[in-house]
Design a protein around this ligand. Sequence first.
Ligand SMILES: [Mn+2]
Length: 272
Amino acid sequence: MPTPDYWVIGDVQGCFNSLQNLLAQPELQSPHNHYVFVGDLVNRGPGSLEVLQLIYDLGERAHVVLGNHDIHLLGVAAGVRKQSPSDTLSPILESAQATVLLNWLRHQPLALHLAGHLIIHAGLHPSWDLQQVLKLAQQVEQTLQADDWQQHIHALFGNEPSLWQKDLNDIHTQRLVVNILTRLRFFDDQGQISKYQGAPNSTDLTPWFSMPQRRIELPVIFGHWSTLGLYLHADVIGLDTGCLWGGQLTAMRLRDRQLIQVENADGALKPF
Ligand SMILES: [Mn+2]
């Protein structure tokens, strides 16, 4: 078996037609291709169920890290989170495939070490090295993968604590790890997670990837940040090009960083 060619794909968020168009591009068609999704497969867009089913059906050719919307879906399914008015999760929850798809989803990791890259949905704490990221992600993954996950997933939601410390208890550690890996954009000048969601040039907060003394040893690929847009640097690559908002859906081949983009084909969501 030759080594697969990995294509990393930005936030899909239920944009099923756009994803189909992307996967139909000639470069993405080879049977040796594997597809790596940076998370937020679902929600807000119109085709979340179809997106989940398509990625599930890719079997071993699909690799996924969980995003905040994916974990929110699991929280709603467990009955500990409510859908917001802009959520479009009901078709999944009401599907005959719900149990299969949700069980598959909750077994996906929060961090992926693949072909010399680290793939996460949102961000990293500057003090974390690769081994620590994978170990911390694993703690959360064990909670989501446990037989009694529905009894424990509530502990993963909430904004506190917002400051990373080594001596946090297990629950606080897991909640903060979820927030850093799946929600983070900026740190404030105290090193706390900021809730600000805009672009870097509209604030004096520090993007997580611009923090001094970042310890991660390998290139990091992430999504989550549509107002940042395509962000291509040697060691940090952001791939959320805002398909949901009428932008593009982006795929990048790992070995040479070739980019393929398709335009939104699902109707653009209006900013709210
Ligand atoms: Mn996100």
